[in-house]
Design a protein around this ligand. Structure first.
Ligand code: ATP
Ligand code: MG
Length: 573
């Protein structure tokens, strides 16, 4: 491809709307343009990157026995009503009607459609396992579409669905996909980590792992052990109760003490001159129509996902607002505690609180706290369970090693669904004894467009993108420094032909521009290799070979450069 012909509108200025690096650089390097919030057009170079990621994904899915299909984007509401998700999916789903007023949605995901296909076409255990996948646009009316391709409303996903006859089969399919994902993100040249995650609303019986590209701009926080292979999303990471903590500062005191105006944990700790670790934080939650208390140690954060898993699942879970607290407990939120309340109110207690020897909690009376309180003695918990957020530096739940924190971008997820959809949609098969059984399902997604963004978040510098070779739009760019010198121009043309013939994806910058402009664009776009042809070096029969990633520059004989480039490209694919 010749740059003069390429639709590659680069920008010098950082577009104001773009907050994160990948979004800024994709706009500046002329890879994408916005059509509407969260909806983008891919320009030629951007689309080439997408196609490369797709191809890697496709190859690895096929190796594992995946069969590619194409499911409809537009899906009838009936199927979603059958699975029970039409009403719970909420405003994230784009809904529409046809001329006969029939309801449809634009697929945010495809469990319903694929299960419908399999229930009609699969009869016998002999047809299983079945691994079906597609690479296609998904539609989600995200509350906050932002960060460019990172969180779009229209985005490209690979989704594979596995159908097995038993748990062992499902585990095998899950393992295959997990391995395929490791290979895919390795082949893309990315640094990533698979972490245990929360199963969330898709539900299902088994586990789930998220594949996280590690980058400081990542929306997700993950922890991993420095000693063993434990790694988890912070939402999921298990917490061990810490050693029992005593706070001697309140020794001798018991009962109710006046703590005027101390509504927050910090204020109470300051007022009583005790550590926050000696306090119990009591929060009132509302899960659907039910109110309950959640107790964690004063210095801890409540993990709402754990609360929902332990006490729900609820369709709506939130903290009760002050008016609600007042009407339920007859007390301001800052002074709520587990003692002396209506027996019907459920008290969920974090593991750590159950081990506190002597604690301070709210007295359910304005401006008062209770001291020397012990769970199990002074109040009876309804349930004792892990309810808090993990903190970096804590012991690993698996080996007691130290947990370290990192930020990640979720590029993929593997999910054990069990019989959730096969039961609701009645996808069954006949086993070898002729009995009807539910298929066991798994679903496995990769955000293809998000992977492109994540690759940039992990690989850039002040001058632009630094593509890993396997997903670069082109491998190499040839820059003739000036078009005035005939030998420079003919050498550039000759090298371009030779490299192209060798299968090296090459671009020739044939624009009549200053060399500086061409270099800037080449760096911004992020071609992994650049051959620079100047009059001076050419007089000695040499050209310059520049590596974008290392900045390494070599002078190489004209006749050798193509073979060397070819070797470098092949070595990294
Ligand atoms: P998130 O928690 O980031 O919203 P999700 O859990 O809803 O993602 P899945 O349903 O597991 O996402 O979808 C599979 C993959 O699709 C994700 O791992 C992610 O890479 C990608 N993805 C999900 N939502 C978006 C989006 N709005 N824009 C781009 N990619 C997305
Ligand atoms: Mg997910």
């Amino acid at each position: 491809m010749k740059v003069s012909q390429l639709l590659n509108p680069t920008l010098r200025e950082v577009p104001a709307e773009a907050e994160v690096i990948s979004h800024q650089l994709m706009l500046r390097a002329g890879f994408i343009r916005k059509a509407a919030a969260g909806i983008y057009t891919y320009l030629p170079l951007g689309w080439r990157v997408i196609r490369k990621i797709e191809q890697i994904v496709r190859e690895e899915m096929d190796i594992k026995g995946g069969q590619e299909v194409m499911l409809p984007i537009m899906q009838p509401a009936e199927l979603w009503k059958e699975s029970g998700r039409w009403d719970v999916y909420g405003p994230e789903m784009f809904r529409l009607r046809d001329r006969h007023n029939r309801e449809f949605c634009l697929g945010p995901t495809h469990e319903e459609i694929i299960t419908d296909l399999v229930r009609s076409e699969v009869r016998s255990y002999k047809q299983l396992p079945l691994l079906l996948y597609q690479i296609q646009n998904k539609y989600r009316d995200e509350r906050r579409p932002r960060f460019g391709l990172m969180r779009g409303r229209e985005f490209i996903m690979k989704d594979l669905y596995s159908f097995d006859k038993d748990v062992a089969g499902l585990q095998e399919s899950y393992r295959k996909m997990y391995q395929a994902y490791e290979r895919i993100f390795n082949r893309c040249g990315l640094t990533f980590r698979a972490v245990e995650a929360d199963a969330g609303a898709i539900g299902g019986s088994g586990g789930t792992h998220e594949f996280m590209v590690l980058a400081d701009s990542g929306e997700a926080a993950v922890v991993f052990c420095q000693e063993c292979d434990y790694a988890a999303n912070v939402e999921k990471a298990e917490c061990l109760p810490r050693a029992v903590l005593k706070d001697d500062t309140l020794k001798g005191l018991t009962g109710e003490i006046n703590t005027p105006g101390t509504k927050t944990i910090d204020q109470v700790a300051d007022f009583l001159n005790i550590k926050k670790t000696a306090l119990i934080k009591t929060m009132v939650f509302k899960g659907d129509e039910k109110y309950f208390l959640v107790l964690v140690r004063g210095d801890r954060e409540i993990n709402e996902i754990k609360v929902n898993n332990a006490l729900g699942p609820f369709v709506n879970l939130r903290m009760a607002d002050p008016e609600e607290v007042l009407s339920i407990l007859n007390c301001e939120p800052g002074f709520v505690g587990p003692i002396g309340i209506d027996e019907k109110i459920f008290i969920a207690v974090d593991l750590e609180v159950a081990e506190m020897e002597s604690a301070v909690c709210g007295a359910n009376k304005k401006d008062y706290h209770l001291v020397n309180i012990k769970c199990g003695q002074d109040f009876i918990p309804s349930k004792v369970v892990d309810l808090r957020m993990v903190v970096p530096g804590e012991p690993c739940p698996k080996c007691q090693g130290k947990l370290q924190e990192a930020r990640g971008i979720e590029v993929g997820q593997v999910f054990n669904l069990g019989t959730k959809y096969s039961e609701s949609l009645k996808a069954t098969y006949l086993d070898d004894k002729g009995n009807e059984q539910y298929c066991l399902m798994g679903c496995y997604g990769i955000g293809v467009s998000r992977t492109m963004a994540a690759a940039i978040e992990q690989n850039y510098d002040d001058n632009g993108i630094i593509w890993p070779m396997p997903i670069a739009p082109y491998h190499c760019i040839i820059v003739p420094v000036s078009l005035k010198d005939e030998e420079v121009v003919t050498t550039a043309e000759a090298l371009y032909k030779e490299l192209t013939a060798l299968g090296v994806e090459t671009v020739l910058d044939d624009r009549d521009d200053r060399a500086g402009v061409k270099f800037k664009d080449a760096d911004l776009v992020g071609y992994p290799l650049r051959i620079t042809i100047g009059k001076k070096t050419l007089a000695e029969g040499k050209v310059e070979l520049n590596q974008r990633k290392t900045g390494n520059v070599e002078l190489i004989k004209v006749e050798d450069v193509c073979a060397q480039v070819k070797t470098m490209v092949d070595g990294t694919l």
